[in-house]
Design a protein around this ligand. Structure first.
Ligand code: 5GP
Length: 190
């Protein structure tokens, strides 16, 4: 997506060879006009696929996922992160390792909000090792629902997330693919 590519190149900050900061327009401050266009791009890409719900992971996925859900006129489900390991029979739960924080968290989904008839689109801000998306898929499978695809704003294609998801047969659409990061270096691939 051209607009997001331009924004990443102009305003993104490569912290090191692995981490890209996009605090100015996605993670800390949000550019609503950009989010609207991101939502429209995902909606166009995933149209006519029988999708019943959008699913994202709190918190950075919420803005783009909401705009996608709004454009597609679908409900948005937010997977919650919680540090507690308290088992709850009304919740689907799974452990995910955080890429940026290097720690683990529990991802939860209330079981009454999803069922076997649901065909869902997962939206997240970044794809790195694919842990967050794989965790979301585990929860969706616990509900016997199906995955239409995974929509990502920024994929770091030098990391293994896409391959991991594709190996399991999932379709990944990324609006921006970063091929290289380094001090003052952000390179994109199409
Ligand atoms: P994964 O689960 O694919 O390893 O990592 C994806 C998650 O980690 C995303 O939800 C995002 O919050 C975070 N993340 C991974 N890489 C980056 C990065 O380079 N920059 C930022 N801001 N977040 C990242």
């Amino acid at each position: 997506m051209k607009l997001l590519e331009e924004k990443v190149l102009k305003e993104g900050i490569a912290v090191n060879e692995n981490i890209l900061k996009v605090d100015g327009f996605i993670n800390h401050q949000i550019d609503p006009e950009l989010m609207k266009m991101i939502g429209e791009d995902f909606a166009e890409h995933f149209k006519n696929q029988g999708i019943t719900k959008i699913i994202t992971i709190e918190s950075s996925g919420i803005a783009p996922a909401l705009m996608t859900a709004y454009t597609m006129n679908l409900p948005l489900l937010i997977l919650k992160k919680s540090p507690s390991k308290v088992l709850n029979e009304n919740m689907y739960q799974t452990i995910v390792t955080s890429y940026t924080k290097g720690s683990s968290y529990e991802l939860t989904l209330a079981s009454h909000l999803i069922n076997a008839q649901d065909h869902v689109l997962i939206i997240d801000d970044f794809l790195a090792n694919g842990e967050a998306a794989t965790g979301a898929i585990r929860l969706i499978r616990k509900a016997h629902a199906t995955v239409a695809g995974i929509g990502i704003l920024i994929e770091k294609s030098f990391q293994p997330g896409r391959a991991k998801l594709e190996e399991q047969g999932f379709y990944v659409y990324s609006q921006v693919r970063v091929s290289k990061l380094g001090a003052g270096i952000i390179e994109l691939t199409s």
